[in-house]
Design a protein around this ligand. Structure first.
Ligand code: NDP
Length: 424
């Protein structure tokens, strides 16, 4: 069956859901899901809106960042992310907490010129008119200057093959700034076009946010790292070794960094931030010297394990959909942040805590021990266990030779049969 999706964006919500239901031959129960998660105001956020897609939100605890105790709301569907963040933060709390550094918070946008025969000369013309171009940028979004922000400087980079990038640095204050910057860039591009008699190829923010770097650090006495039969000193040495592997091997670096982003994305989503922007910037920064590396590094001198994470975190506390997202607002209250930079500092600490917990588990008991309890819970629920059946199912599943869906379903069936027989 082929439903008619023409002018779908002009349809009412009832018409849209009816078309989709017809196309996919949805049952009434399936169709009811559209209604269940529907929020009328979300029509204003995206196109062709059908319904919301709920993700679990929880709280990571034990954080101390720059001397302040923090709890951190996280939105994630992955079991053990919140437990690991809280666990890593607990160790660092005992060691005095995280210290962060944030020297600069500017966004960079690009205007790309093409087919230049003398790009260096074109660059020189643009540089010579820097003050005038900065005024054009500010005039395109004047409220930013009134708030103390605005265009700061212009840099030119000859890219080769006739291309020139004109980079505009803007203090975007409390916002992430992508839209504001794009507006400014388009205005500046027009002036550059007139000035250089060219037709700029494109104007857009760069997600390689190297002017919004945040550093989180911690120094942990090795005794705090002891895990089971592993001494703290040995754990510290193994964490440092794991960090070295992430610096030299991109296969390991990718997974090392995925663990860091587990925490960072979860806070970004919880605060209404653009996690795709953070992801792309973070991975580009991890490859800044031409070799993809772990974003964090850990060293041990046998007494103290020192961890550091430097990462671009262009986050906002206003702008985008933040103001219309009640939970993003609530989460800012839970985090007690009223400056974008402070949110970035906490997020960097979360990334480092997440990384510490993952590496400590990895080099000692292995990642599965902590993961599996929660994974098995998800498996049991997916296999149809009710919350009341969970404890018994999990107990048997932990002992089962295979921990897969079929085994879990068999266990649930057997459990229900035993219960029926007992009731008889
Ligand atoms: P907005 O377009 O919403 O602009 C920020 C808004 O915040 C402005 O309306 C501004 O008001 C208001 N504001 C209120 N208080 C402040 C303050 N103290 N400091 C700064 N602004 C304040 O959002 P952004 O420009 O931040 O852009 C973010 C959005 O852009 C995200 O949704 C992102 O997904 C999206 N995006 C991302 C791209 C990318 O990453 N490549 C590309 C394009 C879009 P006023 O108007 O009065 O100044």
């Amino acid at each position: 069956m082929t439903a008619d999706f023409r002018h779908f964006y002009q349809k009412t919500w009832a018409e849209r859901t009816a078309i989709v239901a017809e196309q996919a031959q949805l049952t009434p129960a399936e169709r009811a899901l559209f209604k269940k998660y529907y929020l009328p105001e979300h029509h204003q956020i995206i196109e062709n809106y059908l319904t919301d897609y709920p993700l679990p939100m929880g709280l990571a605890v034990n954080f101390v960042v720059d001397g302040q105790a923090k709890v951190v709301p996280m939105v994630t569907e992955e079991p053990s992310v919140i437990a690991a963040a809280s666990n890593g933060a607990k160790i660092v709390k005992r060691a005095g907490g995280f210290k962060t550094t944030l020297n600069q918070r500017e966004m960079i946008g690009q205007i790309v010129l093409e087919q230049l025969t003398a790009p260096a000369e074109t660059a020189a013309v643009i540089e010579a008119h820097q003050a005038e171009l900065l005024r054009v940028a500010d005039a395109a979004h004047p409220s930013l200057k009134k708030r103390g922000g605005g265009a700061r400087r212009i840099r030119t980079r000859v890219l080769g093959q006739g291309y020139l990038s004109v980079d505009l640095f803007v203090d975007v204050q409390a916002a992430m700034g992508a839209n504001m910057l794009n507006t400014m860039l388009e205005a500046v591009a027009k002036s550059i076009g007139v000035l250089t008699k060219t037709d700029p190829l494109m104007s857009i923010l760069s997600n390689f946010a190297t002017a919004s770097l945040v550093k989180a650090e911690c120094a942990i006495p090795v005794a705090l790292l002891q895990a089971g039969r592993y001494s703290g000193k040995l754990v510290a040495a193994k964490i440092a070794a794991a960090s070295t592997v992430a610096q030299i091997d991109p296969y390991r670096a990718t997974t090392h960094n995925k663990g860091i982003m587990n925490g960072i994305d979860a806070v970004a989503i919880a605060t209404g931030n653009d996690w795709r922007a953070l992801e792309s910037g973070a991975h580009a920064y991890a490859a800044k010297d031409g070799h993809y590396r772990g974003m964090s590094s850990w060293t041990s001198d046998g007494q103290t394990l020192r961890g550091t994470l430097s990462i671009p975190l262009p986050v906002g506390i206003v702008g985008g959909s933040i103001k219309i997202n009640e939970l993003a607002q609530l989460n800012q209250r839970l985090l007690q942040v009223d400056q974008a930079g402070d949110l970035a500092r906490i997020i960097a600490a979360v990334g480092l805590a997440q990384n510490l917990a993952a590496l400590r588990a990895l080099v000692t008991t292995g990642i599965q021990q902590g993961h599996m309890h929660l994974q098995l819970k998800s498996l049991a629920l997916a296999a149809g266990a009710t919350p009341a059946e969970l404890p018994a199912v999990l107990q048997q599943l932990e002992l089962a030779p295979q921990q897969d869906l079929a085994t879990t379903q068999r266990l649930i069936t057997a459990l229900r049969q035993t219960k029926e027989e007992t009731n008889d």
